[in-house]
Design a protein around this ligand. Structure first.
Ligand SMILES: [Zn+2]
Length: 216
C-alpha cells in the first residue's frame, strides 16, 4: 500500500504519519529527512543539496527528484511507503508519478487532512510553550489554570516566534495556493480521501483506517 498524506500546518500530519507508519509498517518517505540524511552521508546528491543550503537557497526540484529516485530504488519500499511533505506542487506531483511509473509503482491513496483555516489559526496562534519543562498549552483548548504560567512547573509560558497570525496567514496562503492543484490532480485519478481533521486524534485515525480498507 503506497500512500501520500497532505495537510496544512497544524492539521496533525506528523501525528497521523507516525500512526500510519507504525500500524501499517510503511516506509516513511520524507524529503526533508532524506535531504538531511544525504547531506550528512555526503552522497553526490547530498553534496549538491548542501551547495544550495549553504547559500540559503531552496533545494531545486531536480535535486529532490534525484533523492527520491535514489530512495525508491531501495528494496524496503516494496512493502509500501508513505510520502509526507511531498509533492508540494503540481509539477512535483507529475514528476513523482513519472518516477513511480518507471519502477512499476503508483500511489494507491492520498489522505487529505481537511480542516478550516479558522481552526488551524486557533491551534497554532493559541499555542503556548513552557521553556522549562516543555509542556504545551493552548489558550483555546488547554488553557493553563493561571494565564501565562505553566501548571506543571510554574515557569512563564512563551509563544514561538512563527506562531503569530501574520506569519501563519502567509504559510496558509502559500499552502493552499500550491496544494489545491495537487489535490485536484489526484482527485482526477479518484484516489483522494478527504478526512475530517477537526476531530480528536483517535477519530481522525479511525476515519483514515476506514478509507484504507481493502488496500492492505
Ligand atoms: Zn513547565
Amino acid at each position: 500500500m503506497n500512500l501520500l498524506i497532505i495537510g496544512a500546518p497544524g492539521a496533525g500530519k506528523g501525528t497521523m504519519s507516525d500512526l500510519l507508519i507504525n500500524n501499517f509498517h510503511l516506509v516513511h518517505v520524507s524529503t526533508g529527512d532524506m535531504l538531511r540524511a544525504a547531506v550528512k552521508a555526503g552522497t553526490p546528491v547530498g553534496l549538491k543539496a548542501q551547495e544550495y543550503m549553504n547559500k540559503g537557497a531552496l533545494v531545486p526540484d531536480e535535486v529532490i527528484h534525484d533523492i527520491i529516485v535514489e530512495r525508491l530504488s531501495q528494496d524496503d519500499v516494496n512493502d509500501g511507503f508513505l510520502f509526507d511533505g511531498y509533492p508540494r506542487t503540481l509539477n512535483q506531483a507529475e514528476d513523482l508519478d513519472a518516477i513511480l511509473k518507471q519502477i512499476g509503482k503508483k500511489i494507491d491513496r492520498v489522505i487529505n487532512l481537511d480542516i478550516e483555516d479558522e481552526e488551524l489559526i486557533k491551534r497554532i496562534t493559541g499555542r503556548r510553550l513552557c521553556p522549562t519543562c516543555g509542556e504545551i498549552f493552548n489558550i483555546y483548548y488547554k488553557a493553563p489554570a493561571k494565564e501565562g504560567v505553566c501548571d506543571k512547573c510554574g515557569a512563564d509560558l512563551i509563544q514561538r516566534k512563527d506562531d503569530n497570525l501574520e506569519s501563519l496567514t502567509v504559510r496558509l496562503e502559500e499552502y493552499h495556493k500550491n496544494t489545491q492543484p495537487v489535490i485536484e490532480y489526484y482527485e482526477a485519478a479518484d484516489i483522494v480521501s478527504h478526512i475530517n481533521a477537526k476531530q480528536g486524534v483517535n477519530e481522525v485515525f479511525e476515519d483514515i483506517k476506514a478509507a484504507l480498507e481493502g488496500l492492505c
